[in-house]
Design a protein around this ligand. Structure first.
Ligand SMILES: *Cc1c(COP(=O)(O)O)cnc(C)c1O
Length: 421
């Protein structure tokens, strides 16, 4: 199996491990910035192109600030994500609010911040009107149903809870225009962690056709089309990364073919990628605490699925490097486990790895998105710190690890002491 590179020099690693206890996630700032620039560059043909980083992927304000400097906005879907964006100084139309099953106070916050609201349901037009009013700009999320196939993580569109049907889109734009909205956008999100470049070109093409239909049939002239997120990353060493330049070029060709001749140029292209922006540039470092031999050999780490849930949740592959054993042959077969009282708390099953000893440091790759963010406190487990390797080689703790006090902070023990049973 091919090796995966680490972003750190031997000296850097030693210094980091000396200073910061495992487990921790560490992100590589330079790689994230280079990648962000490459992404923007692939769409530089489109005036008004904007990426709204999906905050849920890595909701850390330090990363949001770095990405904002690169011209990215935020894609938020909850009150606290909106607040986080605001704390980073990212407000107004630098925020895309793509939520579903939305409580009124979340719409109110988005409204107050001047975010672009991307409605998930035609009934939310009245709901929004009732609780906030009608915004000047609106976007609707389209669910193409049987017209498109989804993929494993997100499921088939006709089974999913998201979006408007096509008929509802036509009714929705007419209704909200009557109520006073002046500027319109269209959104869809139907595949997650997709590695096939053509999928994104096909989705864009579908939306371009729809944009033409909306214009010709009901005179809705869209200002932007939001292709959302879902670009995959090569978790497995044998996966091929998507070719961003090809996606950009394919979408440009569809644009020139479908939109320009129908008087829909200029049209802004937006995206809301999370995973492909930061995913490959984060690593979870963990130490081997125990080696247990029963029917299989289990490598027990000091991290658990509270630190990285994807393997347990999706049976997802995350590559593992054993530090200082990168060049040793993978002669052993291990289950790499966490300490949760859940048998699916495993980072890898039947993984071929070099011979491991207690105290070894294990690096789990591609945790830069949907990693720390999905953490939880089940079994009283605490979430780890997040570190940032800066361009100049410095390491900054961008989130401290949780302590037991954090776990207990929502409980009132004084009340407990006077609580009679
Ligand atoms: C999760 C999500 C994204 C980002 O998905 P990635 O797979 O991380 O690119 C974008 N938009 C919406 C609405 C989402 O729910």
């Amino acid at each position: 199996m091919p090796n995966r590179d680490l972003a750190f020099t031997r000296e850097q690693l030693e210094a980091i491990l000396e200073k910061y206890p495992t487990p921790f996630h560490i992100y590589d700032e330079k790689a994230i910035i280079d990648n962000a620039r490459r992404f923007k560059n692939a769409f530089s043909w489109n005036q008004g192109f904007k990426e709204y980083f999906a905050v849920k992927a890595t909701p850390n304000p330090f990363l949001l600030k770095i990405l904002h400097k690169e011209g990215f906005g935020t894609d938020c879907s909850s009150l606290t994500e909106l607040m986080l964006s605001e704390k980073c100084g990212i407000v107004g139309e630098d925020i895309m609010f793509s939520s579903n099953d939305t409580p009124p106070n979340e719409f109110q916050k988005a409204f107050e911040l001047g975010a672009i609201i991307n409605l998930d349901d035609i009934n939310h037009i009245e709901f929004l009107d009732k609780h906030c009013g009608i915004p000047e700009v609106i976007s609707f999320r389209y669910n193409p149903g049987k017209l498109r196939k989804g993929n494993f993580i997100i499921g088939h569109p006709e089974e999913s809870k998201y979006g408007f049907t096509k008929d509802q889109l036509f009714d929705g734009y007419k209704l909200i225009r009557e109520k006073g909205t002046k500027r319109f956008g269209l959104h869809t999100f139907i595949a997650s962690n997709e590695l096939d470049s053509q999928y994104f070109v096909d989705t864009a093409t579908m939306l371009f056709y729809l944009a033409v239909e909306l214009y010709q049939k009901i005179d809705i002239r869209l200002e932007f089309i939001n292709l959302s997120g879902g670009i995959g990353i090569p978790y497995h060493p044998e996966d091929q990364p998507v070719n961003l330049e090809n996606i950009g070029k394919g979408i440009q060709e569809a644009y020139d073919e479908k939109l320009s001749p129908n008087d829909l140029h200029p049209m802004k292209i937006f995206m809301e990628c999370g995973r492909m922006i930061t995913g490959p540039y984060g690593y979870l470092f963990s130490k081997v605490l125990h080696i247990k031999q029963i029917y299989k050999t289990h490598i027990g780490l000091d991290a658990c699925m509270a630190n990285l849930m994807r393997p347990a949740l999706y049976n997802a592959y995350h590559h593992i490097t054993v530090l200082n054993k990168e060049n040793e042959p993978c002669t052993e077969t291990y289950d790499v486990t966490g300490s949760l009282c859940e048998n699916n708390d495993k980072f890898a099953i039947n993984r071929k790895l070099p011979k491991i000893e207690i105290g070894d440091i294990v690096v789990i790759h591609d945790t830069g998105a949907h990693g720390h963010a999905m953490g939880f406190n089940y079994n009283g487990k605490l979430r780890s710190s997040e570190l940032l390797l800066r361009e100049n080689g410095d390491v900054v703790e961008i989130r401290r690890p949780e302590t037991p006090d954090d776990y207990f902070v929502t409980l009132d023990f004084d009340k407990l002491n006077t609580f009679n049973v």
